[in-house]
Design a protein around this ligand. Structure first.
Ligand code: GDP
Ligand code: ZN
Length: 335
């Protein structure tokens, strides 16, 4: 579902009028192959992109070379070299990426789609009720981020729907293994504002990407972070079915304080291209901490006798949910 028309403005940015889309030829901007990139991708459409240049956001075309490979080579957050020639703003090429977050292409699970580039922190949003709490996604998310650079964080949203202190403890318990790994975990509510101070502190001044199944409340949380509050939640989207922020692809929004947030479409899977089974064992540091006691040095912790990891689970020193997630991912990887 790619947009065929130029991308609509990310909310809060100056809408590109025909004037801003065709700026005067400014030599300072004409650095298509200059030393450093002069634009940042805010959203991507077919053959075009919305690009932030200095202090304005413009609709730009993609060079033919880039348009041919845009599905893999261009993502929100990419730093790009933009040229202005004869009234046409064009993205010529993409600078090397500092970090990426990828998922499998829905049409071809072996192909990689970059959801967001050059991010500092990835925030996984879960819902504690409606839709039901699915903490299993957290483990795969952490593995997907394991190749470095991007800090993970987890939000359990809709805390207002938890009916008792016991129910709140159940959520905290399910996420305790992740908190123990040093991952920030917050119980939040876009509805009541619970936990939003902590969320602001996590993302402030950085570039974050928000991920999660649709309906968990990503848009509502991003609205709550943004004083301008224009994003449509799915409740609002149901009305006309084509709201500006029907999130079928990622968009970057710059908040007034310089914080940048990237909203992604409902993500169902994370790609683990970089993983082999040995790397997977390392990506579960809490399991690996017990592996020294396994009889076999390359123990997979699945079937081998005398496995210290399985023993740790039996003795209550390691969460069974973590071992179960590890086993599920292990099965999904080529050996
Ligand atoms: P998205 O698809 O992840 O962007 O989810 P939305 O932000 O569109 O929210 C989905 C639905 O959940 C909407 O009806 C929201 O009003 C509702 N919702 C979002 N956050 C909360 C919350 O903290 N508490 C409650 N009770 N409902 C929420
Ligand atoms: Zn073992």
């Amino acid at each position: 579902m790619r947009r065929s028309k130029p991308a609509k403005p990310a909310h809060g940015t100056t809408p590109p009028t025909p004037d801003t889309a065709q700026p005067v030829d400014d030599p300072a901007h004409d650095v298509a192959h200059g030393e450093s990139p002069n634009g940042v991708i805010m959203s991507v459409g077919r053959g075009c992109a919305e690009v932030a240049l200095d202090d304005q956001v413009v609709d730009a075309r993609l060079s033919p070379e880039l348009a041919a490979v845009q599905q893999t080579e261009l993502a929100v957050g990419d730093e790009v070299f933009v040229s202005h020639r004869m009234g046409v703003v064009r993205v010529e090429s993409v600078a090397a990426r500092r970090t990426t977050l990828s998922r499998p292409d829905p049409g071809n699970m072996h192909r990689r789609r970059v959801l967001a580039a050059n991010i500092d922190i990835a925030v996984l949003v879960l819902s504690v009720r409606r839709p039901a709490f699915k903490p299993g996604l957290v483990d795969r998310f952490l593995v997907a981020l394991d190749d470095g650079g991007v800090q993970p964080a987890v939000l359990a949203n809709k805390a207002d729907l938890l009916e008792s202190e016991v129910a709140r403890d159940d959520i905290r318990d399910a996420l305790a293994p992740h908190r123990a790994l040093g991952v920030p975990v917050e119980l939040v509510s876009a509805e009541t504002g619970e936990g939003l101070q902590a969320l602001r502190a996590l993302v402030r001044g950085r570039r974050s990407v928000f991920i999660g199944h649709s309906g968990v409340g990503k848009s509502s949380l991003l609205n709550a972070l943004d004083p301008r509050n224009e994003r449509l939640t799915s409740a609002g989207r149901e009305g006309d079915g084509k709201g500006r922020h029907t999130t079928t692809h990622s968009t970057l929004t710059a908040l007034p304080d310089g914080t940048e947030v990237i909203d992604t479409p409902g993500v169902r899977a994370f790609g683990l291209w970089h993983m082999d089974r040995a790397a997977l064992r390392e990506a579960f540091p809490d399991l690996a901490a017990h592996a020294g006691g396994c009889r076999f040095r390359d123990c997979s912790h699945l079937v081998e006798p005398d496995c210290a990891v399985r023993r740790a689970v039996e003795q209550g020193d390691l969460a069974a949910s973590r071992l179960a997630s590890y086993q599920r991912i292990h099965e999904s990887l080529a050996s």
